[in-house]
Design a protein. Structure first.
Ligand SMILES: [Zn+2]
Length: 202
Protein backbone atom coordinates (compact mmCIF):
# COMPACT_ATOMS: atom_id res chain seq x y z
CA UNK A 1 0.00 0.00 0.00
CA UNK A 2 1.37 3.42 -0.90
CA UNK A 3 2.21 5.57 2.08
CA UNK A 4 2.21 9.36 1.96
CA UNK A 5 5.83 10.40 2.20
CA UNK A 6 7.29 13.84 2.81
CA UNK A 7 8.77 14.85 -0.52
CA UNK A 8 12.13 15.89 0.92
CA UNK A 9 12.46 13.54 3.88
CA UNK A 10 14.89 10.60 4.18
CA UNK A 11 12.30 8.09 2.98
CA UNK A 12 11.65 10.07 -0.20
CA UNK A 13 15.39 10.46 -0.73
CA UNK A 14 16.01 6.72 -0.42
CA UNK A 15 13.18 6.03 -2.83
CA UNK A 16 14.55 8.51 -5.34
CA UNK A 17 18.09 7.15 -5.07
CA UNK A 18 16.98 3.53 -5.43
CA UNK A 19 14.90 4.60 -8.41
CA UNK A 20 18.08 5.73 -10.20
CA UNK A 21 19.46 2.17 -10.22
CA UNK A 22 19.27 0.29 -13.53
CA UNK A 23 16.14 -1.78 -13.90
CA UNK A 24 14.48 -0.21 -10.85
CA UNK A 25 11.37 1.79 -11.62
CA UNK A 26 9.44 3.93 -9.11
CA UNK A 27 7.24 0.99 -8.03
CA UNK A 28 10.21 -1.26 -7.27
CA UNK A 29 12.02 1.62 -5.56
CA UNK A 30 9.02 2.05 -3.30
CA UNK A 31 8.85 -1.68 -2.57
CA UNK A 32 12.57 -1.82 -1.73
CA UNK A 33 12.27 1.25 0.49
CA UNK A 34 9.47 -0.35 2.50
CA UNK A 35 11.45 -3.59 2.71
CA UNK A 36 14.44 -1.67 4.12
CA UNK A 37 12.22 0.23 6.56
CA UNK A 38 10.93 -3.08 7.86
CA UNK A 39 14.26 -4.92 7.94
CA UNK A 40 16.47 -5.08 11.03
CA UNK A 41 18.93 -2.27 11.63
CA UNK A 42 21.86 -4.73 11.46
CA UNK A 43 20.76 -6.05 8.08
CA UNK A 44 20.32 -2.61 6.56
CA UNK A 45 23.60 -1.25 7.96
CA UNK A 46 25.42 -4.33 6.59
CA UNK A 47 24.04 -3.47 3.14
CA UNK A 48 25.06 0.17 3.54
CA UNK A 49 28.57 -0.96 4.56
CA UNK A 50 28.82 -3.29 1.57
CA UNK A 51 27.91 -0.42 -0.75
CA UNK A 52 30.47 1.88 0.92
CA UNK A 53 33.17 -0.82 0.82
CA UNK A 54 32.93 -1.41 -2.92
CA UNK A 55 33.45 2.27 -3.56
CA UNK A 56 36.27 2.72 -1.03
CA UNK A 57 38.26 -0.48 -1.48
CA UNK A 58 37.75 -1.47 -5.11
CA UNK A 59 39.84 0.14 -7.80
CA UNK A 60 41.22 -0.69 -11.23
CA UNK A 61 43.91 -3.32 -11.80
CA UNK A 62 47.06 -1.52 -12.91
CA UNK A 63 47.61 -4.06 -15.66
CA UNK A 64 44.20 -4.81 -17.19
CA UNK A 65 41.78 -2.28 -15.57
CA UNK A 66 39.61 -5.03 -14.16
CA UNK A 67 38.17 -4.37 -10.69
CA UNK A 68 40.27 -5.41 -7.71
CA UNK A 69 41.05 -4.71 -4.08
CA UNK A 70 44.76 -5.11 -4.83
CA UNK A 71 47.35 -3.71 -7.23
CA UNK A 72 46.70 -6.59 -9.60
CA UNK A 73 43.37 -8.30 -10.12
CA UNK A 74 42.96 -12.00 -9.34
CA UNK A 75 43.28 -12.89 -13.03
CA UNK A 76 46.51 -10.93 -13.65
CA UNK A 77 47.94 -12.27 -10.39
CA UNK A 78 47.15 -15.88 -11.30
CA UNK A 79 50.25 -17.53 -12.83
CA UNK A 80 48.03 -20.25 -14.31
CA UNK A 81 46.31 -17.73 -16.58
CA UNK A 82 47.96 -17.54 -19.99
CA UNK A 83 49.63 -14.11 -20.23
CA UNK A 84 50.28 -14.54 -23.97
CA UNK A 85 46.57 -14.14 -24.84
CA UNK A 86 44.67 -10.96 -24.03
CA UNK A 87 40.93 -10.63 -24.56
CA UNK A 88 39.98 -6.99 -25.05
CA UNK A 89 36.53 -6.15 -23.68
CA UNK A 90 34.55 -2.97 -23.19
CA UNK A 91 33.43 -3.26 -19.59
CA UNK A 92 33.90 -5.06 -16.31
CA UNK A 93 30.63 -6.92 -16.78
CA UNK A 94 32.06 -8.47 -19.94
CA UNK A 95 34.93 -9.94 -17.90
CA UNK A 96 32.36 -11.25 -15.45
CA UNK A 97 30.31 -12.83 -18.26
CA UNK A 98 33.34 -14.53 -19.82
CA UNK A 99 34.57 -15.71 -16.42
CA UNK A 100 31.15 -17.19 -15.67
CA UNK A 101 31.39 -19.14 -18.92
CA UNK A 102 34.66 -20.58 -17.51
CA UNK A 103 36.13 -21.38 -20.92
CA UNK A 104 38.79 -18.70 -21.27
CA UNK A 105 42.23 -19.17 -19.70
CA UNK A 106 44.00 -16.04 -20.91
CA UNK A 107 44.10 -12.52 -19.51
CA UNK A 108 41.93 -9.47 -20.20
CA UNK A 109 42.18 -5.82 -21.04
CA UNK A 110 39.18 -3.68 -20.11
CA UNK A 111 38.83 -0.63 -22.37
CA UNK A 112 36.41 1.07 -19.94
CA UNK A 113 34.03 1.84 -22.77
CA UNK A 114 33.90 1.91 -26.55
CA UNK A 115 34.51 4.50 -29.21
CA UNK A 116 31.35 6.55 -29.61
CA UNK A 117 32.02 9.64 -31.74
CA UNK A 118 28.46 10.89 -31.30
CA UNK A 119 28.96 10.94 -27.53
CA UNK A 120 32.45 12.41 -27.89
CA UNK A 121 34.08 9.25 -26.56
CA UNK A 122 37.40 8.94 -28.31
CA UNK A 123 40.42 6.66 -27.79
CA UNK A 124 41.88 8.99 -25.16
CA UNK A 125 38.94 8.20 -22.87
CA UNK A 126 39.65 4.49 -23.15
CA UNK A 127 42.62 2.42 -22.01
CA UNK A 128 43.95 1.90 -25.54
CA UNK A 129 47.41 3.35 -24.79
CA UNK A 130 47.87 1.01 -21.86
CA UNK A 131 46.97 -1.93 -24.11
CA UNK A 132 49.58 -0.85 -26.68
CA UNK A 133 52.18 -0.61 -23.90
CA UNK A 134 51.30 -4.11 -22.71
CA UNK A 135 51.84 -5.44 -26.22
CA UNK A 136 55.10 -3.48 -26.62
CA UNK A 137 56.47 -5.03 -23.43
CA UNK A 138 56.32 -8.37 -25.24
CA UNK A 139 55.12 -11.83 -24.31
CA UNK A 140 51.73 -11.35 -25.98
CA UNK A 141 50.97 -13.62 -28.95
CA UNK A 142 47.27 -13.07 -29.48
CA UNK A 143 44.78 -10.29 -28.92
CA UNK A 144 41.15 -11.39 -29.01
CA UNK A 145 38.76 -8.57 -29.77
CA UNK A 146 35.90 -9.21 -27.39
CA UNK A 147 34.08 -5.95 -27.91
CA UNK A 148 30.34 -6.16 -28.43
CA UNK A 149 29.12 -7.26 -31.88
CA UNK A 150 27.39 -3.99 -32.67
CA UNK A 151 28.34 -0.88 -34.62
CA UNK A 152 30.34 0.81 -31.88
CA UNK A 153 31.94 -2.42 -30.64
CA UNK A 154 33.01 -3.33 -34.17
CA UNK A 155 34.35 0.18 -34.77
CA UNK A 156 36.36 0.01 -31.56
CA UNK A 157 37.78 -3.40 -32.46
CA UNK A 158 38.75 -2.13 -35.91
CA UNK A 159 40.44 0.94 -34.45
CA UNK A 160 42.47 -1.08 -31.93
CA UNK A 161 43.41 -3.75 -34.46
CA UNK A 162 44.69 -1.07 -36.85
CA UNK A 163 46.95 0.28 -34.12
CA UNK A 164 48.30 -3.21 -33.53
CA UNK A 165 48.65 -4.09 -37.21
CA UNK A 166 52.39 -3.41 -37.22
CA UNK A 167 53.07 -5.61 -34.22
CA UNK A 168 53.69 -9.32 -34.63
CA UNK A 169 50.67 -10.13 -32.48
CA UNK A 170 47.90 -12.25 -33.98
CA UNK A 171 44.57 -10.42 -33.81
CA UNK A 172 41.33 -12.36 -33.66
CA UNK A 173 37.66 -11.51 -33.14
CA UNK A 174 35.08 -13.46 -31.21
CA UNK A 175 33.00 -15.49 -33.65
CA UNK A 176 29.50 -14.38 -34.50
CA UNK A 177 27.96 -17.11 -32.40
CA UNK A 178 26.71 -14.03 -30.61
CA UNK A 179 23.69 -12.54 -32.33
CA UNK A 180 24.67 -9.33 -34.06
CA UNK A 181 23.92 -6.26 -32.02
CA UNK A 182 23.82 -8.23 -28.79
CA UNK A 183 25.95 -7.46 -25.81
CA UNK A 184 28.36 -9.88 -24.21
CA UNK A 185 26.94 -9.56 -20.74
CA UNK A 186 23.66 -11.16 -21.82
CA UNK A 187 25.21 -14.04 -23.75
CA UNK A 188 24.91 -17.43 -22.14
CA UNK A 189 27.80 -19.75 -21.36
CA UNK A 190 27.49 -21.87 -24.51
CA UNK A 191 27.28 -18.84 -26.76
CA UNK A 192 30.43 -17.40 -25.22
CA UNK A 193 32.25 -20.74 -25.43
CA UNK A 194 31.33 -21.04 -29.13
CA UNK A 195 32.31 -17.43 -29.79
CA UNK A 196 35.72 -18.02 -28.21
CA UNK A 197 36.36 -21.35 -29.89
CA UNK A 198 35.24 -20.11 -33.29
CA UNK A 199 37.26 -16.90 -33.15
CA UNK A 200 38.84 -15.95 -36.41
CA UNK A 201 41.53 -13.66 -37.74
CA UNK A 202 40.41 -10.08 -37.65
ZN1 LIG B 1 44.18 -7.39 -14.04
Amino acid sequence: MAVAVEASGPIARLMQDLGKLPGIGPKTAERLTHYLLGASKAEVLALADAIRDVKESIHLCRECFNLTENELCAICADPKRDASVICVVEQHKDVAALERAAVYRGRYHVLLGRLAPLENIGPEQLTVDALLRRVERGGVNEIIMGTNPNLEGDGTALYVSNLLAKSAVKITRLARGLPSGSVLEFANQNMLADALEGRRAF
